[in-house]
Each structure stands twice: as C-alpha cells, then as structure tokens.
Design a binder for this molecule. Structure first.
Ligand code: GDP
Ligand code: MN
Length: 414
C-alpha cells in the first residue's frame, strides 16, 4: 500500500525528521491562501506546488513547481489540476491529479563542483542478504534511477542489524561517505536512524527520502540544515491490521478498482497487459499457468488466485473482475481441486456465465473460455459443465494444462 507525499511528510515529522510545512488543496481557488500560508514569515516568499499522486517522476513531468508569487501559484495549480500527469511511472495516458501540496520551498545549498546538495536515502529489504538495508547516495534528486543504473558504485548499501536496527556507527559511516560535514553529520545520522525505526515500526516495504537536502549556511545554522523535501512509502499489506493509522491513509481513488474489488472477496488479483484472463487456484499454479500461456505465445491479462477454498460467490466475482478488463479476449480457467472442489468451481463458472452482464446489456460470456479441471470431485464438475454447454457456447474443455494453453492462445488468435 502506498500513501501520498503529504501523508509521508506527516509520518516523517512524527518520527522527528525535519520537513518544511505545507497544506493540501484540491482546487485552484485555494492556491492563493495556501501560498500565503506556506510562505508566511519568509523574507523572500518561495513555495513549491506538488501534485499528490501515487506515482513518481513528478519533477521531470512538470508537476513540481517553484513559485514566488500568488499569481504563479494559481497558474501552476490550475495546470496541475486540469492536465493529466505523464511520467515513466504512470500509464501512457497519464493520471489525473486531484490534490496538490503547497509547501514552503526549501533553499538548497549549491554543491562545490556543481549541482546542488541533494541526497537519496531509503530503507528497504534486501532479498539477497535477507536483511533490511539502508541505501544512500550523494546523487539524489530526479536522476537517481539513472545513477543507480549507470554508476552502481555511487550507491551506498548499509545493512541494518536484525535486532538493533541502524546502529550509530553504521549511520555515521554512511554520513561521512555521503560527504556531510560538521553539524550536518549529527542531523543526517538522526534522520537515517529515525527512518530505519519508522520502517520497522510501521511494517514498511520501502521508506524513501529523495531528496534529502542541505540548506545554505546562515548565522543561526552555519553548517546549514538537513531536511527531507520528498518522501515515498510502501507498506506491507499483511501488516496493516496492526496499523490502523496507516490503513486510514489509503486513497482508493489511486488504486486499481479491480484490485480493490478482488481484495474484498479475498481474491489475489493483479492486472497485467496481455489479453488472456486467468482464473486459477493457488499462487504457484497461477504462475505456472502464466508461464505456459507465454510459452505458447500468449500474454496473460492478469494474475488471479482465487485461493485454496473460494466460495461460489468469489468465483462469480472473479469472472466478473476478469471480464471487466476490456483487453480480455479469452479466459483460461485452471483449477486443481484440492481443498477447493471442482464442482464448486464448475457451478461458479455456470453462475458467472449466466449472470455476467456485457456492456451491451446482454448476459453470458462473449469471449472464448477454456476450462481445465483436475482433482477432487472432478467428475461431478465436468458433468455440471457438460450439462451447461448450451448456456456457455464459447466454452471448451481441456484435457491438461498444455492443451488448455494451446486452446486459449489459438482462441485469441496468437
Ligand atoms: P519527484 O520528481 O516526484 O521525485 O518530486 P520531488 O519533490 O523530489 O522534486 C523534484 C525536484 O524538484 C527535487 O529533486 C528538487 O531539485 C526540486 N525541488 C522540489 N522541492 C523543492 C524545494 O522546496 N526547493 C527547491 N529549491 N527545489 C525543490
Ligand atoms: Mn523525489
């Protein structure tokens, strides 16, 4: 589960990480007042307007704008709320932006030798070492993906202690490698340790600050201040039950509606780009099914695991979710009846076929359907389907998985 940047900023603050203040608006009419509030007390007013959307790459897409007067704040806010944002992290048609953060802009100190003092910091789980790690770089900002790709040596990786987390010496080590000096070191260390603590306490899968910046030196802060000005979090959904505060931050309008629906019925569904819908029980079988579709030249439209013991109702819902994807040109049902009984699945297919409403108002499946059943009560299941042939004319039975994959890829015209 992801959250918006403004929520991420609140979370950082609650763990003591310094972040400039701001407020969220959802209409251009609020821009003027939000600008005034964000820049209140600044000798040279400067605010940053930022699209609040669960996708990155906003800076390069023109959806992060520095503005120094209310008229420009209004122009930027209007632009962002009336244009879809397109970045490498959005679908090609872009995403609608519904909320903006209007925050006090931070001054970023120039870096000796060019550029500005922007750093990358993240905590995540490293599958290879099976540990949580801190990932850090001096080359923070909007180019971090490119840097990680072209110059992996510019990325520092520091494992966290499984019990003690990010220890002081380890964080100091990273701070020195990043080039922090004087009072900056203590600030950076405190931020890294707080981020590591947050990561564990909130069951994150990713806790990222990019960029972490140094502000220019002032009389009060001769070494400048270390601040977070953008953050991104992902949370482990299996841990949400014990974090009601985090769960409350979910924004359903940013999620795939089919995935939300599936979640309600206990189905694991992930939308993909192909045209063959898959309905399978068990994640391993679902992956094998997707593999065999690909081996036969097809492309799966989704991953869908109805689970070990889905009800008839859940199966009906699963079909309806698969068929709600207009890209689906054929459906492959692959069920191994263990706990799940084949006759339940068969009844689910029949229900779905008779109840499914097409966009033109008619009922019944329009797309080819290939069914492969095996296991508990398979004979009863096959009989139910045989008897229902008239109701489901697009249905074909398959003898085994290879046969099923061949039939469905042929049916969608691979
Ligand atoms: P992202 O592109 O979605 O990651 O959005 P960010 O919030 O990270 O902003 C992108 C870039 O805009 C940053 O790397 C900074 O260079 C710049 N930027 C963002 N906020 C500020 C700010 O408050 N002050 C200044 N000077 N630059 C900012
Ligand atoms: Mn960023």
């Amino acid at each position: 589960m992801k959250i918006h940047e403004y929520q991420a900023r609140d979370l950082l603050r609650s763990f003591g990480i310094p972040v400039p203040g701001g407020r969220v608006i959802s209409s251009p009419a609020e821009a003027n007042e939000a600008f005034a509030a964000a820049t209140d007390g600044m000798s040279k007013p400067l605010a940053v307007i930022k699209a609040q959307i669960h996708a990155g790459g906003r800076g390069k897409a023109g959806f992060v704008k520095l503005v120094d007067n209310p008229a420009d704040a209004l122009t930027s806010a209007t632009f962002m709320l009336t244009n879809r944002m397109k970045s490498p992290q959005t679908p090609p048609e872009g995403l609608e932006v519904k909320k903006l953060l209007v925050a006090q802009a931070a001054d970023i100190a120039p870096r000796a030798g060019g550029g500005s003092e922007e750093f990358y910091l993240a905590i995540t789980t490293d599958r290879k070492s099976r540990r949580n790690i801190l990932i850090a770089s001096r080359e923070g900002g909007v180019e971090i993906e490119q840097v990680a790709h072209d110059r992996p040596d510019a990325i520092i990786r520091e494992p966290l202690h499984p019990i003690l987390g990010l220890q002081g010496f380890a964080a100091r080590n990273v701070a020195y490698k990043l080039g922090f000096k004087g009072k900056q070191v203590g600030q950076a260390v405190a931020i890294m340790q707080a981020l590591a603590k947050l990561f564990v306490e909130k069951d994150c899968t990713l806790a990222e600050i990019n960029p972490l910046i140094i502000t220019p030196a002032t009389a009060a802060h001769p070494d400048g201040q270390v601040l977070a000005i953008d953050a991104k979090f992902s949370f482990d959904e299996n841990g949400l039950f014990r974090h009601k505060d985090v769960a409350a931050l979910a924004d359903p309008s940013e999620e795939n509606p089919a995935e939300i629906r599936a979640h309600k019925y206990g189905l694991s569904y992930i939308a993909l780009d192909g045209n063959i819908g898959c309905l399978v029980n068990g994640a391993g079988l679902a992956m094998a099914t997707m593999d065999i579709i690909k081996l036969n030249g097809g492309e799966p439209a989704n991953f869908l695991d109805v689970g070990g013991s889905a009800s008839e109702e859940a199966v009906t819902e699963a079909f309806s979710i698969i068929l709600s994807d207009p890209a689906v040109k054929g459906v492959l049902v692959n069920i191994f009846g263990g706990i799940m009984k084949c006759d339940i699945i068969a009844q689910g297919i029949i229900n779905a076929a008779t109840k499914h409403r097409n966009p033109d108002g008619s009922t019944g499946f329009k797309v080819p359907l290939v069914v492969r059943l095996e296991g508990t009560n398979v004979d009863a299941g096959r009989k139910l389907l045989d008897d229902a042939r008239k109701q489901i004319p697009t249905m074909q039975a398959a003898t085994d998985l290879t046969d099923a994959a061949k039939k469905v890829t042929a049916a969608v015209g691979v």
